[in-house]
Design a protein around this ligand. Structure first.
Ligand code: NI
Length: 227
């Protein structure tokens, strides 16, 4: 399931992040790539252990915490500290699948990467190319969103970033371990939750149908979640 989450960051937060990133040092993005993907990856990243990466990562994590759509779609158990990357003209990331297990820096814990997220920090008109291309059973989807918007997709997907041919594409990206590992089950729960939100606009909260659907949603989460 691909979910577009608009306005994860406010316009002010985007400007703040971009200003900070402008002043930062950037290193070769191969530092966080696996063996196969390192050969496919040509971009730049902010060093993950840097103070700036932690500060901006906190801004992203706070924004996710206040976003009900992200929570509903990802059902996150743990979120990897966000990384920040950039593709200048000529840079790309060819088709790959992200590593399944990642150590959580500085904790001794690892996470299983169930859900991948890309949070755009450049406006689409500021660069050409640079589409995030995600392949699923329905074919390839090209994604290019306004700054502050996020796309969430199953980490099992083959994906790539098309070559940038003009300008520079900046983004934050990270993985979540979901309480619900299966994309099929997560998709059912997300669609269910969205339908409950719709029906609550039409019926009072104490209506027996609202009550029953809400109870069933929570009981399905209880059945499927691993924490
Ligand atoms: Ni990737």
């Amino acid at each position: 399931m691909l979910v577009h989450v608009p306005n994860v960051l406010t316009a002010e937060e985007v400007v703040y992040c971009r200003n900070k990133l402008t002043e930062s040092e950037w290193v070769d993005g191969k530092v966080t790539a696996g063996q196969q993907s390192a050969k496919a990856k040509y971009n730049l990243q902010i060093p993950h252990e840097s103070e700036l990466s932690k500060e901006l990562g906190e801004i992203v994590l706070r924004a996710l915490g206040r976003n009900p759509t992200f929570t509903s779609a990802a059902l996150p158990l743990r979120v990897f500290p966000p990384l920040f990357n950039r593709y200048d003209a000529g840079m790309e990331f060819r088709a790959h699948v992200d590593n399944a297990i990642r150590p959580l820096p500085g904790t001794g814990f690892r996470i299983r990467t169930d859900v991948s997220s890309t949070l755009f920090l450049s406006e689409p008109e500021d660069y050409d190319g640079g589409e995030l291309i995600i392949e699923d059973t329905y074919g390839a989807h090209e994604v290019k969103l306004p700054a502050g918007d996020l796309i969430l997709y199953p980490a099992t997907s083959l994906h790539s970033v098309a070559p940038v041919t003009r300008g520079s594409r900046w983004a934050s990206f990270f993985w979540s371990q979901s309480m619900v590992k299966s994309d099929t089950q997560r998709t059912l729960l997300y669609n269910f939750d969205q339908s409950i939100i719709e029906i609550r606009k039409l019926l009072p909260d104490d209506h027996s149908a609202v009550l029953g659907l809400t109870a069933t949603y929570h009981n399905l989460v209880r059945e499927w979640a691993e924490i």
